[in-house]
Write a protein that binds this ligand. Structure first.
Ligand SMILES: Nc1ncnc2c1ncn2[C@@H]1O[C@H](COP(=O)(O)OP(=O)(O)OP(=O)(O)O)[C@@H](O)[C@H]1O
Length: 210
């Protein structure tokens, strides 16, 4: 990934998010350059997932501006989306397909540059490649999500609770992947209730009651 460079900066200015009629947050600001991470913290319902969905372009911004590579994202959403990977709560697995088929589906969709077998092996799912996806455990499903991130290097990772359901080895794996992504110049924005030991990280506390 050619993630390093002066224009690889993500700037959020005065961002607000509304869900239904409720204003979840407003006047939210941050700047992230190549190699940096942002950890989203806050109680249940404070808006961490909503912020990640907003940054992924899946929710509209009520106010504010997002700037990537020196241009407002609103000017070229497709270019911005091509530069990010979003790991949400849902695993997006088709239960009747094999694990390898599920990943191949994603690989075809995004134009993967890494073979699915390699991505599965890196997250410890090589032996499960020919299982029907419905047989995967919760932690294995989370590993599948991490495998999706590895299919194609992109500069921005948006990770919603990446360590949920992972065992100690899986948590270390997730941290290693994030560290490698950052070392290659990637940006990571992560929501977590766990104390993940992420480097070059700034914490953004979201308030509000559950
Ligand atoms: N589709 C929706 N329509 C309306 N409100 C929603 C919708 N999805 C979530 N909300 C509300 O938005 C608020 C923020 O939810 P969100 O999932 O962003 O919080 P969170 O900080 O990620 O919570 P958690 O720590 O429990 O994962 C909550 O009050 C939730 O009920």
């Amino acid at each position: 990934m050619s993630g390093k460079g002066p224009d690889h900066t993500l700037i959020a200015s005065g961002i607000a998010c509304r869900r239904s009629e409720r204003l979840l947050f407003r006047e939210l600001n941050f700047t992230l350059s190549a190699g940096q991470a942002l950890m989203l913290r806050g109680p249940n319902g404070s808006g961490k997932s909503s912020l990640l969905r907003l940054l992924a372009g899946l929710l509209p911004m009520a106010e504010g501006t997002l700037t990537w590579r020196g241009r407002p994202v609103a000017e070229d959403r497709a270019a911005y989306r091509a530069d990010l990977a979003y790991l949400g709560h849902l695993d997006a697995l088709k239960p009747q397909l094999l694990v390898r088929e599920n990943l191949q589906f994603w690989a075809d969709l995004i134009g993967a540059t890494v073979p699915v077998e390699n991505a599965l092996a890196k997250v410890g799912l090589g032996p499960c490649a020919d299982f029907p996806a419905q047989h995967l455990s919760a932690g294995q499903r989370r590993r599948f999500g991490l495998a999706r991130l590895l299919l194609k290097p992109v500069p921005i990772w948006l990770l919603d609770e990446p360590s949920t359901a992972l065992d100690a080895h899986g948590q270390k794996l997730a941290l290693d992947l994030i560290a490698r992504h950052q070392a290659a110049g990637g940006i990571a924005i992560i929501s977590s209730h766990d104390d993940l030991a992420v480097g070059q990280v700034t914490t953004l506390q979201l308030g509000g009651a559950a």
